[in-house]
Design a protein. Structure first.
Lengths: 107, 107
DNA sequence: GACTTACGTAAGTGTCAACTAACGTTCAGG
DNA sequence: CCTGAACGTTAGTTGACACTTACGTAAGTC
């Protein structure tokens, strides 16, 4: 879990995670979406995300398809909820109060 | 928000955050709860947490009382929810499915 | 004013992490 | 077997960061 937190601390990795959130993508396609960085760097980021179990890897011929692991992300979110006491009701009310705020810059 | 993610990446800071979650504490008291580290190190951690707006500072005489900023933590949690699409219903069902899992190591 | 308490801050050090460049590996086609 | 594509991996460098030690500072006491 600690590994997951460190993995998410890097903005680039959060971005990658979003790219492979709803459907899987090959490493080359992911790297192509980042113009200011090498393919190698992305590969290393994918390694970190995989170690943190935030993404899963599937091999298809010479390519490797990556996809977000929603389950692990859920565990991370639950970890944050523990600060509030872990109550599901309390979570709901807090989410609702935040709904009225609507203030956000990063994702 | 990016600052908040980096602040939370450090286990020690998450621990500090838990200590000042439900009531405020002076810096000395917080430092006293960590035997393997200097008071200075804790002070620096408090500075990082304050920059990330994850805690608030209140001065009382010579002491400085710290307390968790629940609002900012809520924003962080919301940032994670965005991955799922930000739906409140979907959030609830996911939290419930995770409830059946009950697998956790870190807090 | 001198002293103590409760802090933050600056300087210096060791470690980790993000990056580039170069190399190794696996799979498919001719 | 040779080539090329799509990857991961291994140096090696640079910057960030967590830490300790030493110092500075504001508030209270005498």
């Amino acid at each position: 879990m600690d590994t997951a937190f460190r993995a998410l601390a890097e903005p680039r990795r959060r971005e990658i995670l979003k790219h492979v959130w709803s459907y899987e993508l090959p490493a080359s396609e992911i790297a192509a979406r980042f113009g200011d960085v090498t393919r190698s760097a992305i590969s290393q980021h994918l390694g970190v995300l995989r170690d943190a179990e935030l993404i899963t890897e599937r091999r298809e011929g010479v390519r490797r398809l990556y996809r977000a692991n929603h389950h692990q992300m859920e565990l991370v979110r639950r970890s944050l909820e523990e600060y509030w006491g872990g109550s599901l009701d309390r979570l709901r009310s807090l989410a609702e109060s935040a709904e009225r705020e609507k203030g956000n810059s990063d994702g």
